[in-house]
Design a binder for this molecule. Structure first.
Ligand code: ADP
Ligand code: MG
Length: 422
């Protein structure tokens, strides 16, 4: 039942002249859950609408299963595409009860009305709304309305489910519960799912595969763990969560060391030399940008032997299982989301140790600001690894950090021998 989706060099220009999608190609395996992640205006909704047949494509091709539903000449209308959609604003019929909203989706399958209403009720039970089947949308909360919309999408039993930011109108607590429900219900239904969001945590939590869109281009596609561990550009790294960025100068490129490099922070007044390893070409003495995942920063003592940066705590936030610190390095660089089991007060000096798994060096220096950074090709990518510290400094009052459990922090612990808080 689940359909394979093939998109080839899809282009969508609006009549206004804006190119919303620029040669997007991707393939989704039958039954897979693909999340497309991108900032506002990156083309997410346009892509979904092209898939649904609500928009005509400018060029390229879309296949759903064996059928080409859109190419230069063909355009299959939405009702003939065997798909269902869940929208951000629920899009329920206001004059129909929850039951009838869901049953409406069965019309196409020519199921008799009493039978359709029974199937609808069963599906409403599955999304936890059995008792509310007779209510109208205005009598339901936002979360309940979105469950009705989800039931309507699932009851249609299509091979493809498209979700356009279905959780963004819900408050935080409900969003997490609905995320789990969508994840399990859609997977149980066995449909291929394409889900769009601008929320990185949501994307990583839901997806089998994540595609990142930037200005209408698909700039990276992979498993969430891969995208997190190996972002292919500063844009992807920034959009999927950074603690901070540091302008560095490439100091040493020992030819025999498997791409190892020393980088030196540009603001020398407060920082010590950072020894790093590099996986791709960067010229000696070049300015570069060190992008740091929150998972890659640990607090450490300021007087230890290991390589570290020095800064001052500017904010500390209690996060239930520990504390997140914001630390200002001299020169103004701010590193945030620095997790520790232990609280370090505002104004206190701290050391920051950077871990291998979450530091990425890209060409470009301080001038390569968030907006100005040019897109970098894969050849420019490098994982930076701090030189392993030769054991812990015995004098430091370090304690073993049990390691992170929240999604922003996963994926790094395997390479971290000992994490140290103050
Ligand atoms: P997203 O869903 O990622 O926020 P959209 O797909 O809605 O992005 O929009 C992508 C780009 O296309 C934006 O620059 C937007 O202004 C433009 N766009 C979207 N819909 C239309 C439209 N109907 N007419 C003209 N331009 C549009
Ligand atoms: Mg949108």
């Amino acid at each position: 039942m689940a359909e394979r989706i093939t998109i080839e060099r899809l282009v969508k220009n609006y009549t206004s002249g804006s190119r919303a999608l620029d040669e997007v190609s991707l393939e989704v395996e039958p039954g897979a859950f693909l999340v497309l992640l991108g900032p506002s205006g990156s083309g997410k909704t346009t892509l979904l609408r092209c898939l649904a047949g609500i928009e005509r494509i400018t060029a390229g091709r879309i296949d759903i299963g064996e059928a080409t539903v859109a190419d230069g000449s063909a355009h299959l209308p939405p009702e003939r595409r065997d798909l269902s959609m869940v929208f951000q604003d629920y899009a329920l019929w206001p004059h129909l009860s929850a039951r009838d909203n869901v049953a409406f989706a069965l019309k196409r399958r020519k199921i008799a009305r009493p039978e359709a209403r029974k199937i609808a009720e069963t599906m409403l039970e599955r999304v936890g709304l059995g008792r509310l089947a007779s209510r109208y949308p205005t009598e339901l909360s936002g979360g309940e309305q979105q469950r009705v919309a989800l039931a309507r999408a699932l009851v249609a039993d299509t091979g493809l489910v498209l979700c356009d930011e279905p959780l963004s109108n819900l408050d935080a607590d409900l969003r997490e519960r609905m995320r789990i429900e969508i994840s399990s219900l859609v997977r149980q239904a066995g449909a291929t799912t394409i889900y769009i969001t601008h929320d990185q945590a949501e994307a990583f939590a839901l997806a089998d595969r994540v595609g990142v869109l930037e200005k209408g281009r698909l700039v990276q596609l992979g498993a969430p763990e891969d995208v997190y561990a190996r972002p292919q550009s500063p844009f992807v790294a920034r959009f999927t969560g950074l603690a901070g960025e540091l302008a560095v100068r490439v100091r040493a490129l020992p030819a025999s060391a498997g791409g190892r490099v020393e980088v030196e922070p540009m603001t020398r007044s407060s920082v010590r030399m950072v020894h790093a390893h590099l996986g791709a070409d960067l010229a000696h003495e070049h300015e570069a940008l060190l992008l740091i995942r929150p998972t890659a920063v640990r607090l450490c003592a300021t007087d230890g032997d290991e390589h570290h940066l020095v800064g001052m705590v500017t904010d500390v936030a209690f996060r239930g299982r520990g504390y997140e610190h914001a630390v200002a390095l001299d020169g103004g660089t701010q590193i945030s989301g620095v997790y520790s089991e232990w609280r370090v007060g505002r104004g206190e000096p701290v050391g920051l140790r950077l871990e291998a798994s979450g530091c990425h060096v890209f060409p470009g220096g301080a001038a390569a600001g968030a907006e100005a950074a040019p897109p970098e090709g894969p050849a420019a990518i490098a994982g930076v690894v701090l030189e392993p510290a030769a054991g812990r400094d015995g004098a430091s009052p370090g304690r073993a950090d049990p390691g992170p459990a929240d999604p922003d922090r996963r994926g790094s612990t395997a390479e971290v021998p000992a994490e140290v808080g103050l």
